[in-house]
Design a protein around this ligand. Structure first.
Ligand code: AMP
Length: 430
């Protein structure tokens, strides 16, 4: 299937092509036609499956003719609720990308920052609002948000919202929206309270599901090296040399970090190059070409720079630094093990990164296999005392924090379910 088979506006197809996407992912193939058909939808899919585009593209396609000219009065026609500010920003970026040739104006709001700029933007008028639950309710309470003209309500990462204790806020928000809205709910897992939410607030939804992370993980072998920050470069060199790794994509958190890794590898005779925001477009392009032609065997990138790399099916991805946003880990390792090829994702975790590891393992619901047999375990440096002799350092999370899907059971809501269902009216465009 191609995007052009999906009945999308030319401008949106152009934006998709600018992103370099060749064909819709499985969740997109299933969800886009259903959403265009004005159906409510429950999508079981985690990040990394293309789920954001699966809802953003058809939403933009439907809103595009309604929003019309840039001068037309704006009212919030779509609301996307996400659990974290990082996810909100990522979703906002997707709407920006796919809607760049339209007049749709979108705004992302989240807590922990001054609300004044958000209020200014709201006053100017937006078509699509992406928000975390608390800030949305706050702004609504203060009268800055009017949801009367809402067509789309998207609940993204619903199970994470449940885990983070936002479920009651989400229910409150749903009740602020018109009954004839089109509701789209996405969740990596379907614990009971989320199924109840879907049963209560969605009308005859279409259910679509794509392979959960565990099946991705079957193709991507994930390994973890517990290594002090100061030893990471030595370990990287050791692995590349000893395991004879070629065609390796290495991720660092910072541009400076990327340059340092390249310098260290080059000093040891390994052909490496960095791509990051401080490099000119032409330098990045050259590096990329060199990597594709296998003249450069190690490409070191920051997350932002890597986003534009259209290389799939890499044999090796190394997380030199663990990302502080767990979803980024999934994106990174998704660079390998694609299209049925197996891949290896190696992660280095310094002591300071153990909290990030905890978050990642919580998101992927998996304990990453620790490789103990390497020359640079924690405390390897001079002056540092080793742990109890012969014992592996158990510095990783004390508790297994894997998401259980369990939560406080929400109050049984059959009354509100009934009234919501009976309140549903025929959908109409505003
Ligand atoms: P998501 O599951 O929404 O977090 O998306 C994961 C990544 O897949 C994002 O970096 C998207 O830019 C990318 N992506 C989304 N749709 C496609 C597609 N059809 N082809 C290739 N990449 C895609």
């Amino acid at each position: 299937m191609k995007f052009s088979d999906l009945n999308l506006h030319r401008t949106i197809l152009q934006a998709i092509s600018d992103e370099g996407y060749e064909s819709p992912t499985p969740i997109q193939q299933q969800a886009i036609p259903a959403i265009l058909d004005e159906k409510d939808l429950v999508g079981t899919a985690q990040t990394g499956t293309g789920k954001t585009a699966a809802f953003a593209i058809p939403m933009i396609n439907m809103l595009h003719p309604i929003v019309g000219s840039a001068k037309k009065r704006k009212s919030i026609r779509a609301l996307v609720i996400t659990p974290t500010r990082e996810l909100a920003l990522q979703v906002g970026e997707s709407f920006d990308n796919y809607g760049k040739y339209t007049n749709i104006r979108q705004l992302t709001v989240f807590g922990g920052v001054n609300q004044a700029p958000q209020v200014d933007q709201l006053k100017k008028g937006v078509d699509i609002l992406i928000a975390t639950p608390g800030r949305l309710l706050d702004l609504h309470k203060q009268g800055f948000i009017n949801l009367d003209h809402l067509h789309f309500l998207v609940l993204d990462e619903a199970d994470l919202m449940l885990d983070m204790g936002f479920i009651n806020d989400v229910k409150k928000i749903i009740k602020l929206t018109p009954d004839n809205r089109q509701t789209l709910l996405f969740s990596a897992t379907m614990p009971l309270p989320i199924r109840e939410l879907a049963d209560t607030f969605l009308t005859d939804p279409k259910y679509v599901s794509v392979a959960p992370i565990s099946s991705t993980a079957e193709l991507v072998k994930q390994q973890l090296y517990l290594v002090d920050k100061a030893d990471k470069r030595k370990l990287l060199y050791h692995l590349i040399r000893n395991e004879n790794l070629k065609n390796v994509l290495v991720f660092t958190r910072t541009k400076h970090g990327a340059d340092n890794v390249v310098k260290a590898l080059k000093k040891n005779g390994i052909e490496a190059g960095a791509i990051h925001g401080d490099k000119s477009q032409s330098a990045r392009q050259r590096m990329l070409e060199g990597f594709k032609n296998k003249e450069i065997s190690v490409l070191v990138a920051t997350d932002i720079a890597a986003r534009g790399i259209d290389i799939e099916s890499l044999p090796f991805v190394i997380n030199f630094d663990l990302p502080n946003i767990p979803e980024t880990y999934v994106h990174r390792i998704g660079r390998t093990g694609r299209a049925g090829n197996s891949g290896l994702a190696i992660s280095f975790c310094g002591r300071d990164e153990l909290p990030y590891l905890k978050d990642i393992e919580k998101l992927i619901r998996l304990k990453i296999k620790v490789i103990d047999e390497h020359p640079y375990p924690y405390g390897n440096q001079e002056g540092e005392s080793k742990n109890e002799e012969g014992q592996k350092p158990d510095l990783r999370n004390k508790k297994n924090n894997a998401r259980s899907g369990k939560s406080k059971p929400g109050s049984n809501n059959s009354k509100s379910r009934k009234s919501e269902a009976s309140k549903k009216k025929k959908r109409r465009w505003y």
